[in-house]
Design a protein around this ligand. Sequence first.
Ligand SMILES: Nc1nc2c(ncn2[C@@H]2O[C@H](COP(=O)(O)OP(=O)(O)OP(=O)(O)O)[C@@H](O)[C@H]2O)c(=O)[nH]1
Ligand SMILES: [Mg+2]
Length: 354
Amino acid sequence: MELVEEVLAGRRLQLAHLLTQIENGTSEGREALDALFPHAGKAHLIGVTGAPGTGKSTLVNHLARQYRDQQNGEPKRVGIVAVDPTSPFSGGAILGDRVRMRDLAGDSGVFIRSMASRGSLGGLATATSGVVQALDAAGFEVILIETVGAGQAEVEIARLAHTTLVVDMPGLGDDIQAIKAGIFEIADILVINKSDRPGVEATQRALQSMLQLTHPKVRLFQDSLMESRHHVADHIPAELPEMKMCEEANEAQWIPPILLTVATEGKGAAELKQAVERHRAYLVQSGELEQRERERLVSELDILIRETLAERWREQQPDEHYEQVVETLLKREISPWRAVESLLNGKSWKRSMS
Ligand SMILES: Nc1nc2c(ncn2[C@@H]2O[C@H](COP(=O)(O)OP(=O)(O)OP(=O)(O)O)[C@@H](O)[C@H]2O)c(=O)[nH]1
Ligand SMILES: [Mg+2]
């Protein structure tokens, strides 16, 4: 399998070709993924999600640079996957991302891939998972996955990640709050970007109160957090009080910190990277990394089993039979459960009714 070897050897052109095959769900892509699977599983996967325009791409750019320029230790190889599920014609968005990530271009330690939805969102999640796996096997040690947090598919994609950053910004309206609530539960780190803008306090308060719902102890530290707001403009606190509390109490529980950033100026990016590393360390120490990895593989397996079985079964079914059953369902002559039973047992639905 030549393609796989070239990808493992770090050939960019072949990697790009492979990613296209994976995205299109071709058998070449699938076979390559089979062969690459044993080589994957080493990268730290970082999901970056949040409402449209909160500054995710700008932040991803700076975070990637943090990993490339890191002072102590070797620079990490960084893969970036920007997923745009909202538009099937996302040329504009992708072009925009290229501009925002321009200073990463030409760095052989960085690989940027934009993905657009082709057909179903479920398909997008599978394709993204494949692309991430290929980058992982190709030796990218840190993989940043940007998604616009708007629905179930995005949450599913975000579940791919070991560490999920949810990016918020001051002044988002109420309609956006609902979106935030949906993705909030998967946040490991909360980021208030554009903290150069007015309304940071209100956003902090809103996030704090959401945190209280999931982590009741946070309340105790709200006051000290609020104190930090005076330093927003020139000093972005690296470590937030509730994290200290977490360490002092020696609890095996991660409480998502809230970090302030100004992505356009790269402010807070170093602290954000530190928070990601702390989360990584927490995942390893607590054994949660292993547990998440297991859950991820189990859910992937379950999805594939479901899809494969359903597909195989459908192939054997004459279309008109299926349609007939749908008609009887519509007339409420049989219940969906009865219909499934009779379809799966290969009986005629008519006989099962009698
Ligand atoms: N004032 C200010 N503007 C910012 C900041 N970060 C990003 N922006 C601007 O906000 C706009 C959107 O930034 P993006 O990085 O494209 O945001 P995004 O979340 O990736 O956007 P989508 O992918 O379209 O959802 C751009 O014009 C950025 O220059 C910031 O910290 N402060
Ligand atoms: Mg973007």
